[in-house]
Design a protein around this ligand. Structure first.
Ligand SMILES: [Zn+2]
Length: 356
């Protein structure tokens, strides 16, 4: 065989191969996301009998029932979009181990698992929505990115947003079994804690008509935005939706175990005739956002319900109204980050008799 001809044909093959690879690469970001079928697994948390299986039970709400209601509504909402297969880990009130839920997701080739939950705290003080994601690299990033998108949707319903968090167990793995089980099988997973069943602020929202359906629309919209889905049926089109990727952590991302580093207060003004005391607080946490504060006017014996703290500012002022008949109140304030870790100010004595 003629060596020259052979070189030419090798070159031709090489050029056409390179062209094919180049075309594939340039075409990918536009085509692949919206047009590639995806499989979404929705995991209604809890189920069956026994304390852990019931989930949170407060104010007439049952977590295991709400999760199934919401998951069912979310499936219907998400199925309006093109190229998406939606599967549930359970469709009845039954006990299912966290590992078998993860195994199911892997077996059906899930692209993402959304574990649906409602919250409660031992203190019954906290309110709002939060998202738990894996502590590890790529899995963290995908959960964090999705979490920010869904948080923006929930915010529109008036739910207070606690943010996206991570938690590591004592063996250095993801603390939450469903996340750990999914990630160990190569499937990204987030836990969606929509609202607290044991706090008035969230319960008032939960009691508004059609709220579970509104949550389902939020979750479906967030998934559609994250995957750039569109719906021929409804005309919704998120193919052009963009978001900023969060940073992928090196190694594990540890949870915040400490309260805000600073929590200082000063009294700016007082008015004995109306019972009002104007307090300025400066609080800062370098690891996580400060999201709540509370105040006491009896030296820390009793505290107000948790107030919302504007996380974009370190210094804010607020009014404390003391009851008529209060003499020489002692102000103490607390600030909490989104891991519910708290710091307390030094007490500040106010001199005066508040009678009005
Ligand atoms: Zn739960």
């Amino acid at each position: 065989m003629n060596m020259g001809k052979r070189t030419v044909s090798v070159l031709l093959v090489l050029i056409s191969t390179l062209t094919m690879i180049f075309t594939a690469f340039t075409a990918m970001p536009v085509e692949a996301k919206a047009a590639t079928p995806i499989t979404i697994v929705i995991d209604p948390g809890h189920g069956g009998v026994g304390e852990r299986n019931l989930g949170a039970q407060y104010n007439g709400f049952s977590e295991k029932e709400l999760t199934l209601q919401l998951a069912t509504a979310l499936k219907a909402e998400l199925e309006k979009y093109d190229n998406v297969t939606v599967l549930l880990t359970r469709t009845t009130d039954t006990i299912l181990s966290l590992d078998s839920r993860a195994e199911y997701a892997k077996n059906v080739g899930a692209d993402f698992v959304y574990s649906i939950h409602f919250n409660a705290s031992a203190e019954h003080e906290f309110y709002g929505s939060e998202v738990w994601t894996s502590t590890f690299g790529n899995y963290y990033q995908r959960g964090k990115d999705f979490g920010e998108i869904v948080s923006a949707e929930w915010n529109k319903l008036g739910l207070y947003q606690k943010g996206v968090k991570t938690r590591i167990g004592n063996k250095g793995q993801d603390y939450y079994g469903i996340i750990r089980g999914c990630v160990s099988r190569g499937v990204p997973c987030v836990i969606l804690e929509h609202a607290y069943l044991d706090h008035d602020y969230d319960v008032a929202l939960l009691r508004t008509s059609g709220f579970i359906n509104k949550l389902a629309v939020c979750d479906a919209t967030a998934i559609a935005k994250y995957y750039n889905l569109k719906s021929t049926a409804t005309g919704a089109d998120y193919t052009g939706f963009t978001y900023e990727h969060s940073k992928k952590p090196y190694g594990r991302l540890y949870q915040d175990e400490t309260g805000p580093e600073t929590c200082n207060i000063s009294v700016l003004a007082q008015d004995e005739a109306s019972g009002n005391i104007l307090v300025e607080m400066t609080t800062h946490d370098s690891q996580s956002p400060v999201i709540y504060f509370s105040y006491s006017y009896d030296g820390g014996k009793t505290y107000s319900v948790l107030q919302m703290w504007d996380r974009t500012k370190d210094t804010q002022s607020f009014n404390i109204k003391v009851p008529s008949g209060t003499a020489n109140p002692v102000i103490v304030c607390r600030s909490y980050n989104n891991y519910e870790k708290m710091s307390e100010s030094s007490p500040v004595q106010v001199t005066g008799s508040f009678n009005y």
